[in-house]
Design a protein around this ligand. Structure first.
Ligand code: SAM
Ligand code: DTB
Ligand code: SF4
Length: 343
């Protein structure tokens, strides 16, 4: 029997396309099984991803998250892709943390434009207690606007996740970034286990987990499969899975990395969809460099969330008007917390 039909396919067929995935969150995936998905003929893979997608999601609804960098630059860590790492000369300044008023003003605009979630990022290894104190104030104020809240502040210490949760934080984003075996080539100042520990703390505090990774860093297909398998096996897998295509930044070690074949990016999205059927799979960084056709393929492969707004943290994202036009062309609409669609 084909290994893909072993423990996660609800039928006895020998070909994965004849089968239906089970929706349970307790299924485990081997790296080899994810690689087998990645190896499928493209049409078969996309067909299968669409079938899974339609079992669990409105195929034409896309969740919109708007990002803000609440603390930009000056980060002590060495993540090889990151424009905000102080040690690389990327032209990003070490700025003070934004005020509560500045963040709330941006959140209001994001809501008016139709975002359902507001994601606040900080260039920290992890927050200090005084940072948590400021963030809890900010989170409560953003939550009071009626937005879902998400924060990505680095590694968490015991008790911090609970404080964020109590302030009204709905999601915590902390990416595994890549497969464990490739990780050390990208980051040395904190380890893979540190990241898993933070995700465990987030889960333990009862928050939703947002965790994904970056592709296009020169990793092998096996490493991409390793990342997806690791995420899918988190038990439960993350509610939200951002898949970033590396935005190459002059001055970082990964500037000049071999770019990923766009169809391989689409395949990665499809395997995330199949192995994490209920998750929101976010087509994340790198959209600015993608054609409309490539983005459409990503939606077809099961991506159902995007970052919405002119900037990510420090780099450009497609403009709001451009995204509205794309949504119109594709007949997509924004997934709303309420019922009204804005796009
Ligand atoms: N400092 C915190 C941390 O690292 O967890 C939060 C902010 S950090 C910028 C959030 C995520 O952005 C990283 O984990 C990485 O996945 C993504 N990211 C950063 N730079 C990127 C780039 N150049 N291209 C694509 N994704 C990037
Ligand atoms: C995620 O996975 N991607 C976002 C968000 N989570 C925080 C960040 C992308 C950053 C891209 C580079 C920049 O704009 O600085
Ligand atoms: Fe960038 Fe976050 Fe790494 Fe700091 S910890 S270098 S902000 S990705």
């Amino acid at each position: 029997m084909n290994q893909l039909t072993s423990n996660k396919i609800n039928c006895d067929a020998t070909h994965p396309l004849d089968c239906t995935t089970v929706s349970s969150n307790s299924v485990s995936w081997t790296v080899v099984e994810i690689e087998m998905l990645l190896d499928l003929p493209f049409n078969d893979l996309i067909y299968r991803a669409q079938m899974v997608h339609r079992q669990h999601h409105d195929p034409n609804a896309i969740q919109l998250s708007t990002l803000i960098s609440v603390k930009t630059g000056g980060c002590p860590e060495d993540c090889g892709y990151c424009p905000q790492a102080a040690r690389y000369h990327t032209g990003i300044q070490n700025l003070d943390m934004l005020s509560l008023e500045e963040v709330v003003m941006t959140a209001k605009i994001a809501k008016e434009r139709g975002a359902s979630r507001f994601c606040m990022g900080a260039a920290w290894r992890g927050p200090k207690q005084r940072d948590i104190d400021k963030m809890t104030e900010i989170i409560s104020a953003v939550k009071a606007l009626g937005l879902q809240t998400c924060a990505t502040l680095g590694m968490l210490k015991s008790g911090q996740a609970e404080q964020l949760r109590e302030a009204g934080l709905d999601y915590y984003n902390h990416n595994l970034d890549t497969a464990s075996e490739f990780y050390d080539e990208i980051i040395k100042t904190h380890g893979y286990q540190d990241r898993l520990d933070t995700l465990q703390k987030v889960r333990g505090a009862g928050m939703n987990v947002c965790s994904g990774g970056i592709v296009g860093m020169g990793e092998t297909r096996q490493a991409r499969a390793g990342l997806i398998a690791q995420l899918a096996n988190l038990g439960p897998y993350p509610e939200s899975v951002p898949i970033n295509n590396l935005v190459q930044i002059v001055g970082t070690p990964l500037h000049g990395a071999e770019t990923l074949d766009p169809l391989e990016f689409v395949r990665t999205i499809a395997t995330a969809r199949i192995s994490m059927p209920k998750a929101m799979v976010r087509l994340s960084a790198g959209r600015q460099e993608m054609s409309e056709v490539l983005q459409a393929l990503c939606f077809l492969a099961g991506a159902n969330s995007i970052f919405y707004g002119d900037t990510l943290l420090t780099t450009d994202n497609p403009g709001v008007e451009q995204d509205k036009l794309l949504f119109r062309k594709l007949g997509l609409h924004a997934l709303q917390l309420g019922s009204e669609n804005v796009l």
